[in-house]
Write a protein that binds this ligand. Sequence first.
Ligand code: S3P
Length: 450
Amino acid sequence: MSSPIVTVEIDRDRQDLVIQPPTSGLGLRGRIRVPGDKSISHRALMLGAIAEGETQIRGLLLGDDPRSTADCFRDMGAEISDLNEDIVLVRGLGIGNLQEPADVLNAGNSGTTLRLMLGLLAAQEGRFFTVTGDKSLRSRPMSRVVTPLEKMGATIWGREGNKLAPLAVLGRKLAPSHYHSPIASAQVKSCVLLAGLGIEGRTTVTEPALSRDHSERMLRAFGADIEVDVATHSVTVTGPARLTGQTVVVPGDISSAAFWLVAAAIVPDSELVLENIGVNPTRTGVLEVLQQMEADITLENEREVAGEPVADIRVRSSCLSGCEISGDVIPRLIDEIPILAVAATLARGKTTICNAAELRVKESDRLTAMATELAKMGANVTERPDGLEIVGGTGLTGSHVESYNDHRVAMSLAIAALVANTPTTIYRAESASISYPNFIETLKQTIGDE
Ligand code: S3P
């Protein structure tokens, strides 16, 4: 099947990944199934835990982040079977019936776990919760969800004026509200909607641009009354809702597929088919931008699975050109900017990424991370307050680069290493397991696959 063209080594002490670029003429070939969508996996576990009856989840992402969600909800009394890709069973407690946990809830590295869960905790009347996460999560802004929850009557304490985890929450009877979010964030939107589920009346969130809509789709499928006003980017839940357990089929994560889309586009003589990828229009900004950059990408076998659009995506190598990435497309490709930055280093001309300051408060400061590490590899990158400017076509040189313990930075640099002229070492690359546990194995198998 595969020939040893790329050498991938994990050093046991330092957890580094060493990548030898493939010899010319041997590209990436084959069919890849990427793991389940991270956003949908979190939501399936959470809605399952607050629904009545049983939820069945097929294709759950077995990454560290959904494991954190499962552990938190188990600690609050939800019955969740062992996690596997085939089928996970969740026996829910009903909205408002989460139990007071005996210890601190730990969201690990996962912003989605912590921010969405806070919406539910704030509404558990009379129960007390403490929540925390790893070093990265404890430095990420929580005021974006604490502020709207406080407007609804929530009682939350936290470090630095309730801005940072660890946080403590005393559940209350909340009041409906209309929150105008200053940022387009699915985590903020989902947090408020989840808090609104148990409230009598209408809880609305308006955001400046449309963010991913998995919560809206799944809440509706579980029986909530959800209204969407596309023109104003507003979503309303009318409560009190009653959710009933459902079967959720999780598609492949387009954010994980993005690494292979760019890899096949930039490594000569490549052709990959990425099977069963979620192509929800609130997530497909990466496809639009790559097509604008003249990548050879086609969607095949388009279908709808359990309320989410799904397709197989074929990508062949091509000559990319630079482009501008800004405005309303940013929330639709927010997690793909690190790998798009890699594509830009190989493209003819200049690529400008603007309006992406949100990247500074992800698992790492992804603007600084990508600018610094790609520059070490010889790329012409300028860091801007809200983005990056990359002049492509300079070629990449193998180097020792830092992943900042950030899964998407680690995987983006691994793909960049495929087109460098000498080997690259990526420090702490095991962080890939946050969203893509088999990334390194797939990388080994895909190079030179006939
Ligand atoms: C997510 C929303 C996005 C994204 C994150 C997952 C979600 O964050 O970056 O990886 O599942 O709701 P923001 O809501 O902060 O933009």
